[in-house]
Design a protein around this ligand. Structure first.
Ligand SMILES: CC(C)(COP(=O)(O)OP(=O)(O)OC[C@H]1O[C@@H](n2cnc3c(N)ncnc32)[C@H](O)[C@@H]1OP(=O)(O)O)[C@@H](O)C(=O)NCCC(=O)NCCS
Length: 284
């Protein structure tokens, strides 16, 4: 019988570093996350989120949060990712780390967002989870940029960004709550600026991109590059299962190095042809 991880490979993704673990939110995590949120995430007067979900009445908070996590799963497609990871610190659930992006295979950028239950704040956990998700994105998904944003009246979030190496990238004027203007500080992080959490990154469910692979991909013609990258990233995301190697994938590149790339990406790992072509159709 197939496992849920085989059907939905994101459930197989596990990211760990020292006392920190992150994995895709499962249904069993939702009640604990709701309890954390009910316990408070911020001062009642403050609002760190663009959508004020955290101040919903208790009777609505649980169903809203469950609906949100199910929605992110249901809407996760090759072109639109909304990855919500439950965060554990010393095996205890403490909050959530998100990563959202569109057309990632082309843009290689996306935005992080996070929250912690109040009792777990100001202990360095927020910095640890951001540094770790960014290391995962750069090392395993070949991100070229990671963005974030925080309202200017949210010093802890801005401090976490600064401590992770993000640079300011302009401000926007946004509506936060009814009739309330808030200034949002945009932030951008490049791979060379990342400040790493001082524990080794351990990832299951997504293989590390071999050094030099991204460089070789940039030498391929654009169409073939897209195909090879698409295949590569989806394999690394665990969105393609191993199995048979499609002929078409082997023939993507005309160049010798490209053939080797495609062979290693598709032939070496093995990809279900039908899913591959379906996903390629969705991204091209
Ligand atoms: C943002 C958040 C995830 C950060 O997590 P955290 O574990 O509290 O952060 P850390 O302990 O790693 O670091 C917080 C930093 O902010 C600093 N900080 C906290 N309050 C501050 C304040 N009022 N003014 C200035 N700096 C402040 C801390 O001093 C610390 O920096 P330091 O280690 O250099 O001293 C957490 O505070 C949170 O969940 N906040 C509510 C939700 C939220 O704002 N999410 C982000 C939306 S953009």
């Amino acid at each position: 019988m197939r496992t849920l991880e085989q059907v939905w490979p994101l459930f197989g993704l596990r990211i760990a570093a020292g006392p920190l673990q992150m994995r895709a939110v499962r249904d069993a995590d939702v009640p604990l996350l709701v309890e954390l949120a009910e316990g408070g995430i911020h001062d009642p007067d403050a609002m760190p989120f663009s959508s004020p979900w955290s101040t919903a009445p208790v009777v609505e908070l649980g169903p809203n949060m469950a609906r949100f996590y199910w929605h992110t799963r249901a809407e996760f497609t090759p072109t639109r990712w909304d990855l919500e990871l439950v965060v554990l610190w010393q095996d205890q659930i403490v909050g959530c780390q998100g990563f959202t992006t569109q057309n990632y295979l082309t843009t290689r950028t996306g935005e992080t967002g996070s929250w912690l239950g109040r009792e777990f704040q100001r202990q360095g956990i927020g910095t640890a989870m951001r540094q770790t998700i960014c290391a995962f994105l750069f090392d395993h998904l070949s991100a070229e940029e990671v963005t974030s944003a925080a309202f200017v009246d949210n010093p802890p979030s801005l401090a976490v960004s600064r401590k992770t190496g993000y640079r300011p990238n302009g401000q926007t004027r946004e509506r936060r709550r009814d009739g309330e203007l808030a200034i949002s500080q945009k932030l951008s992080l490049r791979p060379g600026d990342l400040v790493r959490f001082p524990h080794p990154l351990v990832v299951e469910g997504a293989a590390e991109v071999p050094a030099g692979r991204a460089r070789r991909l940039t030498q391929l013609p654009p169409v073939r590059r897209t195909a090879a990258r698409c295949c590569d990233r989806l394999v690394h995301c665990g969105l393609l299962r191993t199995g048979c190697a499609p002929r078409r994938a082997r023939g993507w590149s005309g160049s010798r190095s490209g053939d080797e790339d495609a062979e290693r990406v598709a032939g070496g790992v093995g990809i279900d042809a039908q899913r591959l072509l379906g996903i390629l159709g969705a991204v091209s």
